[in-house]
Design a protein around this ligand. Structure first.
Ligand SMILES: Nc1ncnc2c1ncn2[C@@H]1O[C@H](COP(=O)(O)OP(=O)(O)OP(=O)(O)O)[C@@H](O)[C@H]1O
Length: 231
């Protein structure tokens, strides 16, 4: 379980996150929602050790990630799929997957067959350059690369952005499968409301850098959530 408590984050003098609390349990999808610029990506960057935070704590299965570096966070079990995917365009699909090995010990450095079961297209395109894949295929590659580390928490930053509906469906199906396996907590930052609404078990809405709504699916009112993340 990932627990974020009282997280405060600044860029220079400008404060972006105010006292943010978030809990993401294994076997659940936790959606983080909000309009442009409210601080969703910044929250994921703090959790994944890519940006320092000023106050608060981040714990994973009871162990605090003390201002972890990206490498330390990855080693501890946090995987981050960034907005825009950050595929290496000149490396092959296989080489892109292998770039996920960096935080693993020698004995663990292999691409599990499970990755290709989830994303068969990556096997078909193993030798193709990352930059030659479609946006949807690149997104699948980025998620697969994150899964190579066998994470305890998977952070997804807008996985549907700029992607065709049929691939969005496939990605939703994979996220649901990963959730149902029950080993991993999934934190989904998403502006495609219906995608997040259908998939998530818990909703955290952020407005102006603070949590405005933090509710399980059973208690959430669709219209109130929609208003919270669009106005
Ligand atoms: N490196 C940075 N330096 C200074 N300000 C930044 C930096 N990165 C982001 N910001 C600002 O912090 C605020 C929050 O940005 P962030 O990317 O976390 O928001 P977001 O909710 O993910 O937005 P979007 O949905 O548009 O991706 C924005 O006002 C943004 O301009």
């Amino acid at each position: 379980m990932l627990e974020v408590r009282g997280l405060t984050l600044k860029y220079g003098q400008s404060q972006i996150l105010y006292d943010v609390d978030l809990t993401a349990e294994a076997g659940r999808v936790t959606a983080v929602m909000g309009t442009n610029g409210v601080g969703k990506t910044s929250l994921l960057k703090a959790i994944s050790g890519r940006h320092p935070y000023d106050r608060g704590t981040i714990t994973l299965n009871g162990r605090e990630l003390v201002h972890a570096s990206a490498h330390a966070a990855a080693k501890a079990g946090v995987a981050y799929v960034p907005q825009g995917r950050e595929i290496f365009p000149l490396l092959s699909v296989t080489e892109n997957l292998e770039s996920g090995f960096a935080c693993l010990g020698r004995a663990e450095r292999g691409v599990p067959e499970r990755i290709y079961e989830l994303f068969p297209v990556l096997k078909e395109m193993a030798g193709r350059r990352g930059g030659d894949l479609s946006g949807g295929q690149q997104q699948q590659l980025a998620i697969a690369r994150a899964l190579i580390t066998r994470p305890k928490v998977l952070l997804l930053d807008e996985p549907t952005e700029g992607i065709q509906p049929n691939i969005i469906k496939q990605i939703g199906h994979v996220i649901a499968q990963l959730r149902d396996e029950g080993e991993m907590a999934v934190v989904l930052v998403e502006q495609f409301f219906d995608f997040a609404y259908e998939l998530a078990d818990h909703f955290v809405a952020i407005r102006r850098g603070a949590v405005e709504m933090n509710e399980p699916r059973a208690e959430v009112d669709r219209e109130r959530l929609l208003a919270c993340v669009t106005i």
